[in-house]
Ligand binder design. Structure first.
Ligand code: SF4
Length: 125
């Protein structure tokens, strides 16, 4: 156990749309009984790329006591996982990754997806 960043899902806000599942490369999230849930806390690295895609603000990062992040648990999870493809969108122009290259970026605790067209504007203002 360690004090670290881990996501928390507000089940009252979550509508089970599933948009947050694909951005999590570690496979830490799944829809269970119509709600997004953290499968195992050791799968969550706290990167937070699930936050920016939730249309309802149901996902937050919080600092709390949680099991250490485990690469071994991630590999085990990924081996048995059926990948669902839900295209991500640029947080600024809303271009889909089907139309543009989209990169994950972090700034002052926020996680966003940005396409290569909007990246210069993000960097230079
Ligand atoms: S994106 Fe938000 S509303 Fe959709 S399943 Fe994930 S937590 Fe729930």
């Amino acid at each position: 156990m360690a004090l670290r960043s881990v996501i928390r899902i507000n089940e009252e806000l979550c509508n089970g749309c599933g948009a947050c599942i694909a951005p999590c490369a570690e496979g830490a999230l799944a829809i269970v009984d119509g709600k997004a849930r953290v499968v195992k806390e050791e799968l969550c690295d706290g990167a937070g790329f699930c936050l920016g895609v939730c249309p309802l603000g149901a996902v937050i990062l919080e600092i709390r006591e949680a099991p250490d992040f485990s690469e071994a648990a991630v590999l085990e999870q990924q081996a048995g996982q059926v990948k669902t493809y839900i295209p991500q969108q640029c947080s600024f122009c809303h271009n889909s990754e089907d139309e543009a290259y989209i990169l994950p970026v972090k700034h002052r605790g926020e996680s966003r997806w940005v396409c290569t067209s909007c990246l210069p504007r993000l960097i230079h203002g």
